[in-house]
Ligand binder design. Structure first.
Ligand SMILES: Cc1ncc(COP(=O)(O)O)c(C=O)c1O
Length: 466
């Protein structure tokens, strides 16, 4: 059962189907552009959408808002140092600010970063700094149906090959994303992390953790890696941070705050250079773009995220939703992790080709049928077309992510999602594809405009055209 009781509630927005049809037309079938009050169950992201605890709210009330050297900063710093062992902790307003600061300092034209998978803003920040971000996921990651316990691992052989090959001098850092959000939220084993750390050390390349979901990764290690059974998630997390030279943290996930993050570093010279950028772009190093209350809530959130009761309840919620999807005949990326389940839209909607975006089609249908917001992770996110809309690059898989905000939705809400999925899976042939009518050159999924592909659209979506 959920390890909390509910003290404050918020009414769920309710809409009618005609209202949802009109909303979708208005936002050009881009779910990012919906108003939140038009969404009944919001599974767009688990980032910054968690519920605060009474302890966090109490800490916020007794925070110190001094510009420099606040007691809140020192409480935050002590908590993070105890967890990570890094002597330099730079608070930032969210994860991508830490990315920008670190990569502007270490990456430059011609430089290369290697990762199990770079998250999209991480890749964008490497590229904005002039570098190249290369993903080296393990081969098991390609098998969506495989039950491998650690499909988030980096491919150690591929990592060695780059670090021992002609490109070695271009590599400035290795980044391990835990859990691997770009690869179905799959965890990384401690064995893989330790081996990566050893390879990095041998080649003199620093290893960083993208630690947004460090607690969920640690939990899955205690559940799936024999050598760590019986350890607490905190012990596993501490060991993981110790294996690395630093971390980038978006605390909006496993910090259970609405805003916040930090950059953790061992290297004092690097920390000094990063601090200059921090002061110029985020704020003085004892607040880094955050209020004292944010720092106090983050310190507590990082501890609450490691509570075994919290993590077990998240694992069970994801497993429950995964079970409902499987029962409806909708394939998912196996095995389910904690922060999300990933639906295999390509398999459910084989009549929709990649450049008509089956993932976006399923995401729009979930909204139309049940007011559920989700995120496409397929060819809209990763693909490219030519000026005639013909595919140039398609994503390897057409997925839809149902992210689970922390401490927000109950089993009843997840059952609603399961019911809606089952209704869609009853008649998948009625779901239309979409074509792009406007897009930005990078991170296009955020602002893209679409319309139903008319040859495939049911009448209700065609608006005034029919
Ligand atoms: C793995 C990972 N890294 C980095 C980020 C970026 O963090 P933020 O949204 O706080 O900038 C995210 C956000 O979703 C993420 O999932």
């Amino acid at each position: 059962m959920e390890p909390y009781r509910i003290k404050a509630v918020e009414p769920l927005p309710r809409t009618t189907r005609p209202q949802r049809e009109a909303a979708l037309r208005r936002v050009h079938y881009n779910l990012f552009e919906l108003r939140a009050e038009e969404v009944t169950i919001d599974l767009l992201t688990d980032s910054g959408t968690g519920a605060l605890s009474s302890g966090q709210l109490a800490a916020a009330m007794s925070s110190d808002e001094s510009y420099a050297g606040s007691a809140s900063f020192h409480r935050f710093r002590d908590a993070v140092e105890e967890l990570t062992s890094y002597p330099h902790i730079l608070p930032v307003h969210q994860g991508r600010a830490a990315e920008r600061i670190l990569f502007s300092t270490l990456v430059g034209p011609g430089k290369l970063t290697l990762s199990n998978t770079h998250f999209d803003t991480t890749r964008a920040n490497v590229e904005l700094a002039g570098g190249e971000a290369r993903d080296l996921p393990c081969p098991q990651a390609r098998d969506l149906d495989g039950a491998g316990p650690f499909k988030g691992n980096i491919d150690i052989e591929a990592l060695r090959a780059v670090l021992e090959g002609p490109e070695a001098s271009r590599v400035v850092l290795v980044l391990m994303t835990v859990t691997n959000n770009g690869c179905g939220g799959q965890p990384v084993s401690m064995a893989n992390l330790a081996e990566t750390a050893a390879v990095c050390r041998r080649h003199g390349v620093p290893l960083f953790l993208d630690a947004a979901r460090f607690a969920e990764n640690a939990w899955l290690v205690t559940r799936r890696e024999a050598a760590y059974r019986g350890r607490t998630p905190r012990q596993v997390a501490q060991e993981a941070f110790r294996l690395a030279d630093g971390c980038l943290m978006s605390a909006k996930k496993d910090g259970i705050v609405h805003i916040g993050g930090f950059l953790g570093l061992r290297d004092s010279a690097l920390a000094q250079r990063c601090e200059l950028l921090l002061i110029a772009t985020e704020g003085f190093p004892t607040y880094g773009g955050l209020a004292g209350r944010d720092l106090d809530m983050m310190a507590l959130g990082l501890a609450e995220a490691l509570d075994p009761g919290h993590l077990a309840s998240r694992e069970q919620a994801a497993a429950h939703l995964a079970g409902r999807a499987r029962a409806a005949g909708v394939g998912i990326v196996e095995p389910p992790g904690l922060h999300a389940i990933y639906l295999n839209a390509g398999r459910l909607l084989p009549h929709i080709p990649a450049h008509r975006f089956p993932g976006q089609a399923l995401a729009c249908q979930l909204y139309l049928e049940g007011g559920i917001r989700s995120a496409e992770l397929g060819s809209l996110y990763l693909g490219r077309e030519d000026e005639h809309g013909e595919p140039v690059i398609s994503a390897p898989y057409e997925l839809v992510r149902l992210a689970l905000p922390r401490r927000v939705y109950t089993r009843g809400h997840l059952d609603h999602v399961g019911d809606v999925l089952a209704r869609i899976a009853d008649d998948p042939g009625g779901v239309p594809g979409y074509r792009i009518t406007g897009q930005a050159p990078i991170l296009r999924h955020f602002r893209v405009r679409l319309e139903p592909a008319h040859d495939m659209a049911p009448a209700s979506l065609r608006g005034g055209r029919v």
